[in-house]
Design a protein around this ligand. Structure first.
Ligand code: ZN
Length: 283
């Protein structure tokens, strides 16, 4: 069973506008090809013809049991009405997490303006995901996306569940310390490459992740994610196979940690062990 906690429906080749349905069909197709059971779709901090809004993604995916929405929030632009819309979706269970984009937008995660968002996340018991590390665009300001800043939020909001995206790459050591020290902090392994891994880079990343697990202990905090379409699903699954970890630890990373953290009902998914064992009942 595989849960990808980090995918996008954004169109990064900005010369053509792709209808949302086309990106959605592509995602479902690539999930089927790679036997991925469930994916979280993260919306952007920007909304435009290439980047669908939370509302668009929620409405397009609400009847698809293998997909869930993570609401991107713009630090610079969020308005009271956005928070109200968010609260409605939280109440109906249609948002699985929030995503913030420090680095892409100039703010530190411990900024006071975000307190209301953290309190909302705690109230509905959903995690907040943070972009962390390198930015896809050279226009990003990476002092804001250093994973060490997450420590302040983790300490000040002990009930808040936090995900450091991309294991803070290239600051993986800083990320491992924040994850090790704070029980409420997780990390996803998404977005470590553009496209496919080269052999050299794959070896390098394998060592980094193994070092992280050696230092921070059993990977109850690590989440499988790709950043598709930026990274390919196929190369990520190959990469995971290289990791020198027992199968039960890999299971934690592939889906168990994610199912618990994001409250994903795996019994509804096609590959679920529970579903497979039971004969189908007529309803
Ligand atoms: Zn991403």
């Amino acid at each position: 069973m595989i849960i990808d906690v980090h995918t996008h429906l954004n169109n990064y080749h900005e010369e053509t506008v792709l209808p949302l349905q086309v990106s959605l069909d592509r995602l479902l197709g690539v999930m089927e090809e790679n036997k991925v059971d469930y994916s979280l779709i993260l919306t952007s901090y920007k909304v435009n013809e290439h980047r669908p809004s939370v509302k668009q993604v929620v409405e397009a995916t609400r009847d698809i049991p293998s997909l869930g929405t993570v609401a991107g929030i713009s630090y610079l632009n969020y308005k009271e009405k956005d928070l109200r819309e968010m609260a409605d979706y939280l109440r109906s269970g249609e948002i699985k997490a929030f995503k913030l984009y420090p680095g892409y937008e100039p703010f530190y995660p411990y900024d006071k303006r975000l307190q209301v968002i953290y309190e909302l996340a705690i109230e509905f018991d959903i995690p907040v995901m943070f972009h962390s590390g390198d930015t896809y665009t050279p226009k990003g300001k990476i002092r804001f996306s250093h994973p060490l800043h997450i420590d302040d939020v983790a300490v000040d909001f002990p009930e808040l569940k936090i995900v450091i995206c991309h294991v803070g790459n290239p600051w993986i050591r800083d990320c491992m310390e924040v994850v090790y020290k704070n029980k409420n902090v997780y990390a996803d392994v998404s977005g470590l490459v553009l496209g496919d891994f080269s052999d050299k880079f794959e070896r390098y990343m394998k060592e980094q992740l193994e070092e992280m697990i050696l230092y921070a202990g059993d990977p109850q905090y690590l989440l499988y994610g790709t950043d598709w379409p930026i990274s390919t699903m196929k190369s990520y699954l190959n990469f995971m196979k290289q990791l020198d970890l027992s199968d039960d630890k890999k299971e934690l990373i592939y889906w168990k940690n994610a199912a618990k953290l994001f409250k994903i009902d795996v019994s509804k998914l096609s590959n679920s062990p529970a579903v497979k064992e039971q004969p189908k009942k007529a309803e």
